[in-house]
Design a protein around this ligand. Structure first.
Ligand code: CA
Length: 223
């Protein structure tokens, strides 16, 4: 899952990026409204969630959000608002924000809200994603198979996390690349095949299906 952070205060931006990365997201950042709008508006930058500060230089966050929404960008957006500025929250939600947090905030709360946004965008009600014997707990970043903990590298986790959020759907290699790597990461499309091969060795047989010429699909085993 890939998250965009648009925040001009360097300390907050860095803390957000560090916490989100530690939680297993690929993170891109922008420190002004124009760059933030550009990143979130690109077809090749499919963000699974955006954290958008409203007080931004060059273009304010509300304008950024309105432009995205009028251009049909549907990714979940959490806005960061100044304390006690209730009309900013109202304006943000009316402009298409999915959630908000007031500064200062607790990082744990922000991470929980981001998880919930991504989950709901994929139509999942629970924090645990289940496919057959495989359970992925999005709160703990933990995967179990028939109750046994599974050791995964961070990129293996990202691939499985994306597939588990899109069960039964064909996910292309380029989808996976776009959602597991940040922009400045040296991307190599062959690595996706390597991650899939490693995951297959660790997961129940047949869980990750290859759809010839199109990509991969997570299939729950027939009971
Ligand atoms: Ca600000």
């Amino acid at each position: 899952m890939r998250v965009l952070v648009v925040e001009d205060e360097p300390t907050i931006c860095r803390q957000l990026a560090e916490a989100l990365t530690a939680t297993g997201y690929a993170v891109d950042t922008a420190n002004n409204g124009i760059d933030g709008h550009f990143l979130g508006n690109e077809d090749c930058q499919p963000f699974d969630a955006v954290i958008l500060d409203l007080g931004l230089p060059q273009m304010d966050g509300l304008s950024v959000l309105k432009k995205w929404r009028s251009a049909g960008r549907k990714m979940p957006v959490l806005i960061l608002t100044a304390r006690d500025n209730w009309h900013e929250k109202v304006a943000g939600i009316d402009a298409g924000a999915d959630d908000y947090l007031t500064k200062p905030f607790h990082m744990e709360e922000l991470l929980a809200r981001v998880r919930a946004l991504i989950r709901r965008a994929g139509g999942h009600a629970s924090a645990e994603l289940i496919c057959g014997a495989v359970v992925l707990d999005t709160r703990l970043n933990r995967v179990t198979v028939a109750g046994q903990a599974l050791a995964l590298t961070s990129h293996e986790y990202r691939v499985l996390d994306y597939l588990m959020h899109h069960p039964g759907q064909v996910v292309s290699r380029s989808d996976l690349i776009e959602h597991i790597y940040a922009q400045d990461f040296d991307r190599d499309s062959n690595t996706v095949e390597v991650f899939i091969a490693r995951l297959r060795k660790k997961l129940p047989e047949g869980l990750i299906e290859t759809v010839r010429g199109l990509g991969y699909r997570l299939v729950a085993p027939a009971k």
